[in-house]
Design a protein around this ligand. Structure first.
Ligand SMILES: Cc1ncc(COP(=O)(O)O)c(C=O)c1O
Length: 274
């Protein structure tokens, strides 16, 4: 069950003229609650604020959002969602001169999953991810590309699909960022033109750099993947998913992936304990 809060009050509805509904005119964050605390909350709020700045949506402020989170009450383990929209507006795309932001928060409590992290099977998706510098990096409510890509398969044995842009660069998974282990270091797609700059991706990069593991942010091709020693996926809820197979290409766990997972586990991403 999810407990919802709309603009600071318990509730489950928003006005039908909300621009988040009409145009996806807003942003969201999905945050892991672990040991009673929203993990990497500062980083999530920072990305939310950056998204607001980019879209010209007034950011409600960390204090206001942290007060909302407290109102949702205690939770040991679960998922916190924060959605911000530009609020209600008249007909048409033109943003209202003064936006009254809608804040929607949802808290879903769940059992801690104690099964050890398993390697996942992944496929390539045909749905492209659009090149658009204006939206690159931020986590906007516009997720139709991911919806179409995720609808491409229903095999429960496949956990994730990789998406390419029209230039043939591999950019991301439908709900994850990707890393390759190659030449003794890490390679991850540059997200200057498309993709979501994941909080867990940033954390992996930071932990790697603190431990003298090189990380290159570059355009990644299918050939880079074919030649990679290992590959893993990241997001805030899963931590790291090592990839076992991608459309017939198999990967065996590299010492570097295992080391990084242990370093992340030590930094609070307990799912990564190996
Ligand atoms: C399209 C997309 N890319 C990347 C990510 C990973 O982001 P984060 O690490 O902040 O969870 C997500 C998370 O849901 C996503 O939906």
């Amino acid at each position: 069950m999810t407990a919802w809060l709309v603009n600071g009050s318990p509730g489950e509805s928003v006005p039908v003229d909300d621009r988040g509904l009409a145009y996806g005119d807003g942003l969201f964050e999905t945050i892991a609650i672990r040991a009673g605390q929203p993990r990497f909350l500062d980083a999530h709020l920072e990305r939310l604020q950056q998204g607001c700045d980019r879209l010209g949506i007034p950011y409600p402020g960390n204090e206001r959002l942290e007060a909302d989170i407290r109102l949702l009450g205690d939770c040991q383990h679960g998922t916190l969602k924060i959605l911000l929209t530009r609020g209600s507006g008249p007909r048409g795309y033109a943003p209202p001169e003064v936006a009254t932001v809608t804040r929607i928060l949802g808290l879903t409590e769940s059992e801690a999953d104690l099964t050890p992290v398993a390697a996942v099977r992944v496929r390539y998706c045909a749905t492209p991810v659009a090149v658009n510098r204006a939206l690159a990096g931020i986590k906007s409510l516009n997720r139709l590309e991911q919806v179409l890509a995720r609808a491409e398969w229903d095999d429960p044995g496949i956990q994730e699909g990789l998406m390419l842009n029209d230039r043939g660069d591999v950019v991301c998974g439908t709900m994850t960022n990707l890393f390759l282990v190659s030449g003794g270091g890490l390679l991850t797609p540059d997200l200057g033109e498309c993709g979501v700059r994941g909080v867990m991706r940033d954390r992996v990069i930071r932990v790697a750099e603190q431990n003298n593991i090189s990380v290159a942010e570059l355009r990644v091709s299918r050939t880079n993947i074919e030649n990679a020693e290992d590959m893993f996926l990241t997001n805030s809820l899963i931590g790291v998913w090592p990839v076992a197979e991608l459309d017939g290409q198999t990967f065996t766990r590299s010492a570097l992936t295992l080391r990084l997972m242990q370093l992340l586990a030590d930094a609070g991403v307990t799912e990564c304990a190996v």
